[in-house]
Structure formats: structure tokens, C-alpha cells
Design a binder for this molecule. Sequence first.
Ligand code: EPU
Length: 407
Amino acid sequence: MTLHAKGQTLVIQGGKPLRGVVDIGGSKNAALGAMAACLLVADDCTLENVPHIDDVDQMALVLRSLGAAVEWAGNNTLRINASNITSTRPDRDLVGTLRGSFLVMGALLGRFGEAACPPPGGDVIGQRPIEVHLEGFRALGAEVEIDADAFHARAKNKKLKGSVFFADYPSVLGTQNAMMAAVLAEGQTTIVNAAAEPEVQNLAEMLNAMGARITGAGTGTITVEGVKSLKGVRYAIIPDRLEAGTFAIAAAITGGEVEMTGVNLVHLTSFIYKLRQTGVIVETNSSSFRVHRNGGLQAITVQALPYPGFATDLQAPFAVLLTQANGVSYVHERVFDNRLLYISELRKMGAEIVTTGTTVAIISGPTPLTGASLRAMDVRAGAAFILAGLVARGRTEVIDVYHVDRG
Ligand code: EPU
């Protein structure tokens, strides 16, 4: 479902408190991993609670380019069958637009003992090496070659062998790729310094429901006991913690009151903690939370870190909230090395933000924001500009809003 074509603009007339209830959709990033995992079997797989967003449609095209059948069976249900895989190398142009597409490599290597993938694209948020992914494949006994077109991985005798894999950095996609490569390998694999993100946990649970034997997902050490075969699955994607956080900030920044339902509060622990530190009132229930304000916001310090740290994907939206807080806030982006590019756009609205280097922002507030014309450079920056537009006086234009539709 494409809402906006490239170059299209979203116009926001700010200044209204938002009120209501939002049912949070399935996680974009978890859905991409789950879709790749369907390549591990020839059986039908049904994924539920899949968000119908551009990145998911793009991933569907990537799977189809390999010969998989992918179809929507209802608004949020995706049926995938990979019994007729015709290629172990996805289309270059498709992969170039979607970082998550690189996950097909681990799944194809795991099932067929060989795979190739052109360099994946992705948002401009800093260096995005894939050495961790490739080292994971090597640790399982694959030979990895890199040529001008693609990364190639090939297992000796088409069979990967379990071993200990130490990830230099707890890369989210790198951990998912290693898990998918390891599930059908001979013997046991231990992934040390694994990413603990909920999206990794979701993938491990789905793989286990397919017959894999994975323990430790959600911690820094994941163990995968290789199995001989996997089977099809019906699996529901976890709620999107980033979408929930973005709507919560929309409520807080406009002085409204919004309830986010259908969430997993454990995944939102760091976010809710930091939101409360600013003085926002957060009332939690078993699978929902309500956000409102009782007065002004306080400046705080936020550090974006791997899970369970504060999510880097909520760093830009949260920084917008802090422009409305009393005092000086510090935001330290410690996951990506260049994820503050959105700040120069926010300054056009009157935000008082000083950066030191490319990872630290010092925000003075509260500053009244005034509508301006801003260019979204990635999905989270685009969301942040919409939040700024909601609280600004006058008219805000978010150019290239298709980035927001992606997620
Ligand atoms: N890194 C390395 N070596 C590697 C791989 C990564 O040093 O081989 C470093 C990167 O340089 C970066 C850090 O690790 O500084 C984090 O990168 P990671 O590999 O964990 O990110 P990713 O797996 O490519 C996923 C999400 C991102 C999210 C990050 C961090 C998907 C499709 N993408 O990316 O989501 O920001 O994890 O949580 O799952 C978004 O949704 O807007 C988005 C960018």
C-alpha cells in the first residue's frame, strides 16, 4: 500500500492536542525477519499481525525475486510458500532499497548451503558495515567471497557446521542472519555478543515454532542446536514498540491524551522510564498504556544503546519532545555514528540544538516551534518532523514523506 509517491509532501497544521486510542500494529523490523525465515522451508507459512507498509511490500518483492509465492490473505496476514525457489540470489535493485533484505542470505545459506546477495541499501544514519553477518557465515564453515556485484557464501559439501561465533558488535540483523544460518547446521552453534532486541526474540520464537532448537534469545548468548528439518508455521508478529513510542510522544508533545493498545510493555521499559522522567504521566495496563501531561516537561539525558537500552529508532522523535522541555537536555546516540542529520532541519523551526561531533545533541528548551518545510531523510526522522509539526505554530511541510510510509 503506497500512500505517497517519492517527492510528495505531508502538510500539518499544528497546535491541536491529540486524543484517542491507537491500536498498535505489528513490528516492521520483526516482520522482515519473519518473512526471510519462511525461506527455510518448503511448507506454507502464515504470518499474522504483519503491518501493511511499504517495506513489507518491498520485502515481498525480494522473496518473489527468489521464486517464493507471497500473498496477502487479509489486511495483516501474509501467506508465504518457498517450495519453488528458483534462485539463491535476490534482485540487486530490490536489495539496494531495503536493509532488511540482507536477511534472505542467512535463510538461503541455511537451507541450500549457498547464497549470494548484492550490498543492501538502507537509511543514511551512519556506517552500516555487514562484517558481523559475513563473519557469522564464516564461523559456520561457509566460504565467503566478495566481488563487484555481490557477497557470496558457500558451505563445504553444502552443509554448515555449528560452532562458536563471537559478534564484534551485537548487530540486530547480523544476529538474525547467524540464527537462520545455524538452525539447520550440523551440531551446536553459540552466538556470543548476540543482539537481544525483541525482533531477535520474535525470530527465535518463530524458528522454534518451526521446529528449531534455540535458547537464550533476548540475552547476549544464543545457543542453536541444529535440527535436520523445519516445518511450516502460523506465527503472529510482535507489536511495534517504535510505533507505540512515536504515538506516545505525539500525545505528550501536544498536551493531549492517547492510549496505545495491543503493546508489549516489557519492550517499552526504557522508553516509558525516560518518558516519565520528563514529567509525562504514563498509566500502564497489561497490554496498553495511556499518556498525558499534568504541566510542563523536564529536560533529561537520553542515551541510545542496544536493547534493553533506549532504542536508537526513537532517538529523533524523543529529541523533538525535549525541545519542549524546561532546561538543557543531552541526547547521545551510541548505536549509529551519524544519526543526528535531522537536527539541521529542526533548527529551521526554531529548535535550539547544538551538536558536538555527530553523536551528541544539546537541546535547550522549551522553544516554541514554527512551521517550516522539512525534508524527511529516513523513516524515524520523518516521524520526528511530523511530531514537531504537531506542536508548531502554523503550517509544516514534510517533504519526501514516503520514508514515513515505509515504516
Ligand atoms: N555494526 C558493526 N558491524 C556490523 C554490523 C553493524 O559495527 O557488521 C554496527 C553499525 O555500524 C551500527 C550498529 O552496529 O553502528 C547497529 O547496527 P545493526 O547491525 O544492529 O543495525 P541493523 O541490524 O542494520 C536494525 C534495524 C534498524 C535499527 C538497528 C538498531 C532492521 C531492518 N533494521 O538494523 O532499524 O535502527 O537494528 O536497533 O531491523 C529503522 O527501523 O528505522 C531502522 C533503521
